[in-house]
Design a protein around this ligand. Structure first.
Ligand code: FPP
Length: 265
């Protein structure tokens, strides 16, 4: 059973037989829009905490809960091959020192707490970003998680921690120059091969919570033709139903990649 048809059959249970014609049409549209990679901008932790008169750190802790729900759902339902989660940007260093330290600690604790379970679930962990700027214990946790899970064949999670789209392009250009690339040989394929995401599919769908309509330096090159799904829901409140709603919305998009109409297979 394909991933999309599994998802379809799950959704099918939620409908009655009278709607079978509509659902058959929907199944077609799922298969028309392959979904391999979802990227998520997890925004709204601070607002979630503030509205509850809690410190911002409580919002980030609740955000880890939402992340666990989404990972579990995406892995259990085989929704995608790859999930990229934006947990700390190269600009987030500008936050108050206590918040930055709290996020570093939370990331470290989350890897330590979840690594064995993710490994048992056959999840492969990768890191996108500048690992060398992170505290040594965080670097070590990232390296251990990548090493332990590198041969897993289930869903891949890209931990975007100290990630910036512009920094990624700077790193790629520096490396191309260091490698002595011939300017005439530089094309889109070559640039892609120098990004952190080399050999990975571009995100098909970018989800952003908390309602902001901006890209925030996330996967700038890779999201050139991604579909966007923005929800007003704050990240700590995001869950399984929201993920399924975003996939449903995606399935109804017409992806043209600059063409007039995508040719049918
Ligand atoms: C944006 O919300 C969120 C972050 C900068 C951190 C994202 C982190 C998590 C979801 C937790 C998982 C992360 C780790 C470290 C495992 P915000 O703080 O900008 O919210 P606001 O816009 O409402 O202030």
């Amino acid at each position: 059973m394909t991933k999309m048809s599994r998802l379809f059959s799950l959704k099918e249970k939620e409908h009655n037989a009278v709607q079978s014609h509509t659902l058959a049409t929907k199944q077609m549209s799922y298969s028309d829009n392959p979904l391999r990679h979802i990227a998520i901008i997890m925004d709204g932790n601070g607002r979630w905490a503030t509205t509850r008169h809690l410190p911002r750190a409580a919002g980030h802790t609740a955000g880890v809960g939402a992340l666990r729900r989404v990972v579990q759902c995406a892995s259990d339902e085989h929704i995608v091959d790859m999930l990229s989660v934006y947990a700390f940007s190269t600009e987030n260093w500008r936050r108050p020192r206590a918040e930055v330290e709290g996020l570093m600690r939370l990331f470290w604790e989350t890897i330590r707490a979840d690594l064995q379970r993710l490994h048992r679930d056959n999840v492969r962990l990768c890191h996108l970003g500048r690992v060398y700027d992170l505290p040594p214990d965080v670097q070590k946790a990232i390296q251990e998680s990548i090493e332990l899970t590198k041969n897993n064949t289930g869903m891949t999670i890209n931990m975007c921690f100290n990630y910036g789209g512009r920094a990624e392009l700077v790193d790629a250009v520096r490396q191309m120059i260091a490698d002595g690339c011939n300017p005439e040989a530089i094309d889109e394929e070559l640039i892609s091969s120098y990004l952190y995401t080399r050999d990975m599919p571009d995100p098909d769908l970018v989800i952003r919570t908390a309602g902001e309509m901006r890209i925030s330096n996330f996967l700038l090159w890779q999201s050139a033709y991604s579909e966007y799904y923005v929800t007003p829901k704050l990240w700590p409140d995001f869950g399984r139903d929201d993920l399924l709603a975003s996939v449903d919305s995606y399935s109804q998009r017409q992806r043209r990649f600059g063409r007039v109409k995508v040719p049918t297979a």
